[in-house]
Design a binder for this molecule. Structure first.
Ligand code: A3P
Length: 309
């Protein structure tokens, strides 16, 4: 399935035709969840691969074998991508699934289900930057052109997978309608990976001892994942992801947006954010500029550990 230049439009949202068809999107929308399923939900570039690694490691009691021998798309397939039915047919045991679909497309399928849903969100400015660089290497996404143009499209929701604002609001405002829901941010994982692993292990009811946690933490550090071919996408051929144009595991930082956004872009984004998120009751860590600034000025080793909620 090459279709590198094809774009699928489904319910007004565009998806890369390399991975999606009308049929695969319909399959996702009508998916039959099982109560033992774990569903990782993200807007692209929000820490999907990281959470896939965390859930894999937690489910394996911290043992890195599976994470080091099976590609992430084979152990936590995206519901809406064409190979999902094949992967699920060939696998056994509780399923780990991933999706970038907005809430309204999955709300019916999830109704009444006890599947465990983990929603990961990230500072949208960092998402926009990460997404921009991903467009440069991923040949199934359109050439992004200058960052200013890409940012305008991102703000307008005129990018693949739709609007970041609608995605985050849709999932978080419907959290109460989902039987088992965990909300985690990329920033939580970055500031306190240990605590985030504990939260996920409690949520999945897979308690880990200190040694197992330490092993999981080592395996899902940025440096470890960057060199793990099962998650860094180096297994994907150059015609589909051109690694000479950038790395999938690019920087793995919080607040990298300051290096790309101009002051005007940042100011204007803040205005759009304030109006589009006005009806969202969640307070996000990136809304506190003092915290973000102080986090940026510290090295990984200096970062505080936060008690898991
Ligand atoms: P950057 O492009 O900012 O580096 P996704 O998996 O949703 O596509 O998100 C990819 C982003 O998550 C990339 O961000 C990648 O570097 C980052 N990421 C993946 N694993 C990470 C880890 N263990 N620690 C920090 N960042 C990680």
């Amino acid at each position: 399935m090459a279709r590198l230049d094809v774009t699928e439009t489904f319910d007004g949202i565009t998806f890369p035709g390399h991975l999606h068809t009308q049929d695969t999107l319909r399959y996702a929308v009508n998916f039959k969840f099982e109560d033992t399923d774990t569903l990782i939900v993200t807007y692209p570039k929000s820490g999907t691969t990281w959470m896939q690694e965390i859930v894999t490691l937690v489910s394996c009691g911290g043992d890195p074998l599976r994470a080091q021998t099976q590609p992430n798309w084979a152990r936590a397939p995206w519901l809406e991508q064409y190979y999902c039915p094949h992967v699920l047919n060939a696998s056994q045991g509780p399923r780990i699934l991933t999706t970038h679909l907005p809430h309204h497309l999955l709300s019916t399928a999830l109704q009444g289900s006890k599947a465990k849903v983990i929603y990961v969100a990230r500072n949208p400015k960092d998402v926009a930057v990460s997404y921009y660089y991903f467009h440069k290497m991923a040949k199934f996404l359109p050439e992004p052109g200058p960052f200013s143009d890409f940012l305008n499209d991102f703000v307008d929701g005129a990018v693949n997978y739709g609007s970041w604002f609608d995605h985050v609001k849709g999932w978080t405002s419907n959290a109460g309608n989902i039987h088992n829901f965990l909300y985690v941010t990329y920033e939580d994982m970055w500031q306190d990976l240990h605590g985030s692993l504990e939260r996920v292990s409690r949520f999945l009811q897979c308690p880990l001892g200190e040694e197992e946690l330490a092993s999981a933490e080592r395996s899902c550090s940025f440096s470890s994942m960057r060199t793990n071919s099962m998650v860094n996408y180096t297994l994907v051929p150059k015609e589909i992801m051109d690694h000479s144009k950038g790395q999938f595991m690019r920087k793995g930082k919080i607040g990298d947006w300051v290096n790309i956004f101009s002051k005007d872009q940042s100011h204007s984004f803040d205005g759009v954010y304030a109006s589009k998120m006005a009806d969202c009751s969640l307070a996000f860590v990136w809304q506190n500029p003092e915290e973000t600034t102080s986090l940026n000025s510290r090295t990984d080793a200096e970062l505080p550990t936060r008690q898991a909620a």
